[in-house]
Design a protein around this ligand. Sequence first.
Ligand code: UFG
Length: 326
Amino acid sequence: MKVLVTGGAGYIGSVATERLISNGYEVVVLDSFYMGHREAVHPQAAFVEADLSDKAAVDAAFREHRPEAVMHFASHTLVGESMQHPFLYLGDNVRNALNLLEVMVEHGVGKIILSSTANLFEKPESMPIGPDERVIPGSPYGESKAIIERFLHWLQVTKGLRYACLRYFNAAGATAERGEDHTPETHLIPLVLQVALGQRDAIKIFGGDYPTPDGTCVRDYIHIADLADAHILSLQALETRPVLTYNLGNGNGFSVKEVVDTARRITGHAIPVEIVDRRPGDPAVLVADATKIKAELGWAPQFPDLQSIIQSAWNWHNGHPRGYAG
Ligand code: UFG
């Protein structure tokens, strides 16, 4: 099967491409390099340099490559940024998804896996967050994904589109060849590892007064290879089921301080910290109940613990101290 991967030069999309190819799929990567890296694109993938805002270019890519399914990663993805620049999210994310979906429908491409997010749940009634939790987006970013999930629903009803919404918690870690390299970097684990590499003096902890055991925010970190495998299992399951919705995490929450302590043990570096003000939009605790995808699709994470996730990230950052630039 041939799969078109939007954002296949980015962090999660490039690893999904890697896993698709190692599982025997043909892949067409469509990426604008807005955030992605040419070096992250798998050498066996066909490549189209295009922005999803350019519908004619997307149409041409479908005409040339004739994909049978789509994995849609290309997106603005930062909760904090979306609070400052809502139109990047309510505008670009939504319009770009609409362009993609219109082209898919025009070309009769009937399956899509959407990168969705834990930011759909601002005030969850249960923790870990289960499959039936009510969607109340926590930011314009979460709202943009909620809107796209609704588009998928209506395209299923009206056009028979088959779709999976995968609601990720905190994607982290690396494979041997592909890791996390954002400019600017805002994510906790790569920033902590930059301190260990001597590229930053200290890590700023955003808030030490949350209602959590040590006062810092708790998150559910999930390895990107496990995330990628969930996409492939979902794609296979769409053969028999038209709609899939899953929360993706390991079901274990770790505080910011626990992440730093784990990184200290792995790197042998002291990693100084400084507690600063809370970051707007950060909920205290986000942990996934992923039993539904385990039960329905047999998803079995290979990196279910924080130690192995951070170790894999450290291996990559050590080998690529300047990210994909070297
Ligand atoms: N943090 C710090 N200092 C930093 C960076 C982060 O203390 O320098 C803290 C944050 O406050 C948060 C935790 O570390 O509590 C994780 O922050 P990240 O920025 O790494 O990740 P987020 O939880 O903000 O967001 C990520 C993705 C989103 C996704 C969300 C879902 O970036 O796309 O997980 O849980 F929606």
